[in-house]
Design a binder for this molecule. Structure first.
Ligand code: SAH
Ligand code: SF4
Length: 379
């Protein structure tokens, strides 16, 4: 028999009930423990005062409540908080809390790095190491809630929304992400409404097609380009699942979802790349039959990036064009600038298994060779 203790943060409500059944305990005990962990942030079984001593002893022996370890916490002048969390294997991921009036949004990571290589994204640039477990995903919410409650005992620091927009592609880590989102919405855990939990994806079509059979949450799509030629470059997963396959998958989800009456279309504004009126026109045609809200995200530069942010004027013109044609358009404010907490800047500390950095150097060499060859043939 394995001596490894089971981490209760890995269990959904059903998983917890099942586990208590194996312990010969009643289902309502499982619910009590779920509440202790997620609603009261308890990690010591001895604090669970309505659980019998005998049951606590069994739990002590077989189970544990083990959240991620905090490496550092940074708080921005605007109230944004960023946690760097240690992940076994010598890695770190990041979680960000963004207060905005009565709303408090937690931006949660789903993977250590990301394998998808979007050309404007710092996480993509870092490479990929591994998927996070359910415990490591919900553990971010658990830890942030404990920290926020301890820091400020007032409601204005409560987590009211969660967005899967931290490091990683959530649909590439399907089951743990679905389990963790179930706990976010579970009445005996965080009890968030399904409209306040958002999954953001770069468009993994097969997983998106099955998602609504497993869970109903709000949906955001990282579109970033209105045509395949450009999207192939910015979001390379598009080569596998082009726009003509992505759009029906979005419609399939919207038709069956109660949480998502509209899809949020994320569109990063890259100067001279995807921000002209011609692009706005193409976007209008692409989205005219899709209930959506368009979120224009000013590009957040990072040291190795070659792109520039669109000018405010160009973002304004782009947005106006779409608003005049009946779209709801929002320009995302950049938050936590002084602590690098904005979208796409979350870098963590990744032991890259894809050897992406090495490959990049190699690609560069090949590229130069090609130029030299071309020069010779042209002369
Ligand atoms: N992998 C998922 C979720 C994480 S990224 C996805 O791609 O949707 C969250 C959002 O930040 C996505 O819309 C992503 O495209 C955007 N993003 C990534 N890098 C960015 C950058 N440098 N500036 C602005 N937005 C960025
Ligand atoms: Fe991965 Fe999303 Fe970054 Fe693309 S934008 S590399 S899918 S985290």
């Amino acid at each position: 028999m394995s001596t490894e203790k089971i981490n209760l943060l890995n269990l959904t409500r059903d998983g917890m009930v099942e586990f208590f059944k194996e312990l010969d305990e009643k289902p309502f005990r499982a619910i009590q423990v779920l509440k202790w962990i997620h609603q009261f942030g308890v990690e010591d079984f001895d604090e669970m005062t309505n659980i019998s001593k005998a049951c606590r002893a069994k739990l002590q022996e077989l189970a544990e409540i083990k959240g991620p370890e905090i490496v550092s916490v940074q708080e921005s002048a605007d109230g944004t908080i960023k946690w760097a969390l240690h992940i076994p294997g010598g890695q770190a991921i990041e979680t960000v809390f963004i207060p905005d009036g009565k709303r408090g949004t937690l931006c949660v990571s789903s993977q250590v790095g990301c394998a998808l290589e979007c050309s404007f994204c710092s996480t993509g640039y870092q490479g990929f190491n591994r998927n996070l477990s359910t415990a490591e995903i919900i553990g971010q919410v658990w830890l942030a809630a404990r920290h926020l409650n301890g820091l400020h005992k007032s409601d204005d620091r409560a987590i009211t929304n969660v967005v899967m927009m931290g490091m990683g592609e959530p649909l590439a880590n399907y089951e743990p992400v679905v389990n963790a989102m179930q706990l976010m919405m579970e009445d005996n855990a965080y009890g968030l409404s399904k409209r306040r939990v958002t999954l953001s994806t770069s468009g993994m079509v097969p997983q998106l097609k099955r998602l609504i059979d497993d869970i109903d949450v709000a949906l955001a799509i990282s579109l970033h380009a209105p045509n395949d030629d450009l999207r192939d470059v910015l979001v390379p997963i598009n080569k596998k699942y082009p726009i003509a396959e992505l759009m029906p998958a979005i419609h399939h989800y919207l038709e069956r979802s109660n949480a998502a009456r509209k899809v949020t279309i994320e569109y990063v504004m890259l100067k001279g790349v995807n921000d002209t009126l011609e692009h706005a026109k193409q976007l209008h045609h692409l989205l005219k039959n899709t209930p959506c809200k368009i979120n224009l995200i000013p590009f957040n530069p990072f040291p190795q990036s070659n792109y520039q942010t669109s000018s405010q004027q160009d973002i304004h013109k782009f947005g106006e064009y779409l608003i005049k044609r009946g779209f709801v358009v929002v320009v995302r404010r950049t938050r936590g600038d002084d602590i690098d907490a904005a979208c796409g800047q979350l870098a963590g500390k990744i032991n890259d298994k894809t050897k992406r950095q090495v490959r990049r150097e190699y690609d560069k060499r090949e590229f130069y060779k090609e130029i030299v060859v071309n020069d010779l043939t042209n002369s």
